[in-house]
Design a binder for this molecule. Sequence first.
Ligand code: CP
Ligand code: NVA
Length: 308
Amino acid sequence: MTRHFLDLADAGGDAIAAMINDAIDRKAARTDWPKGKADTDRPLDGRVLAMIFEKNSTRTRVSFDMAMRQLGGTSLIMEASSTQLGRGESIADTARVLSRMVDAIMVRTDDHAKAEEMARHASVPVINGLTDRSHPCQIVADLLTVVEHGKALPGLEVAWLGDGNNVLNSILEAAGLMKFNVRAATPQGYDPDDEFVGAARAAGATVTLTRDAVEAVRGADVVVTDTWISMGQDHASEKLAAMEPYRVDSALMAHAKPDAMFLHCLPAHIGDEVTEEVFESAQSAVFDEAENRLHAQKSILLWTFGLL
Ligand code: CP
Ligand code: NVA
């Protein structure tokens, strides 16, 4: 069966653990190598990944491209607007055509249903490179970063501050699969999706939803935030005003454990969701996290190809 990766649950907890271990091993095996040199085993030799972007990207685009090169394959990058999708060709036909020409498809779209539609009609793996609903690839990189920094996932206390968005939804999904706990402080009206909260709780994770930033951060191992305005959303002044109490600053970080990490998927908006002091602090692992997008993508790709 074709292995799509639209959400973390498509892989499940054991596969995610395997992805993290594989990423750690592959990363260690190529320390100080030129970044474009392929891994010794070239497991995706001859394979091609097509990427379709409906939204902007730096990390996802470059990390998937470099991941394919390091695994011995290649990639091609398409802006949706410059393909026939931009002139109304159906997702179903696009999926069937691409499946005849490439070995896997990554899609970044404003509507999760479009990624699902692509997967329904593709005979090659389809990977979610971010939708309005979720960002599973980001969270594999985040979990890798946490583990690399010596923290075990089971029982981990993760605090989320700000908008209850696609990244938080995937963190909640991961909590259920990897058995950690989430305390999310969001303003009224900006809660994460009930579906993700319910699934995490049903899987045994403790999920606390609060309006109180300090309550979320108190005793946390990891403090995470993201932009207050995601791609495609209005810069509504009411939303920005509602987010003000959830800015991650040093006073808030002081409520977390002394060795707590700060994570942010980037791009960051310094002075909005996080202060420069926290972003640049020794607790901030945001650039390890960004680098780990590359190492995580490799493991995700290997999983979709049935090689992990
Ligand atoms: N974190 C993330 O997905 O970054 P890009 O939007 O740059 O891909
Ligand atoms: N929540 C953000 C993540 C960007 C990587 C967005 O969807 O724009």
